[in-house]
Write a protein of this length. Structure first.
Length: 142
């Protein structure tokens, strides 16, 4: 971005120029934080799974990423027990997941919804990482 020393009326404006220049310099110091899609179980023991998903998001944040966990957001206003709403939620998940740089998979089981998300991510060529106990990265076969 090029910052002009003159305001919109053409007058020299050193205060605004310095303030905008400082903002630009500071923004360049901020590290890049990739979006990562958090893929973990929701159904079953929902209370436990929501708690774990929050922990997964904290792990991603502490790892320098921006976590996206749609299964924490969508159940706030959509009914997971309604098949039409569940299908719509999965569609929304896949759209948002497409905006992420990677998909991070957590948990010791892959639910049906997770399997769909993982397959779609692989088809798109998105990076998929698997995390096991204590957030150690594991291979897909583990």
């Amino acid at each position: 971005m090029s910052i002009n020393k003159y305001n919109a009326e053409g007058y020299y404006d050193p205060t605004a120029y310095e303030a905008l220049s400082r903002i630009e310099r500071e923004s360049k110091k901020m590290p890049f934080r990739p979006l990562v899609y958090i893929c973990s179980p929701y159904s079953g023991d929902v209370e436990k799974n929501v708690k774990k998903a929050r922990e997964h998001c904290r792990f991603a944040l502490n790892s320098g990423c921006i976590p996206i966990a749609m299964h924490l957001l969508l159940p706030q206003f959509m009914d997971d027990n309604n098949p039409k709403e569940r299908d719509l939620a999965l569609f929304i998940d896949l759209v948002i997941m497409g905006k992420c740089q990677e998909v991070w998979v957590f948990g010791d089981r892959i639910s049906d919804g997770m399997a769909i998300e993982i397959a779609k991510a692989k088809k798109r060529g998105q990076g998929v990482k698997y995390f096991g106990f204590n957030y150690k990265e594991v291979s897909e076969d583990a």
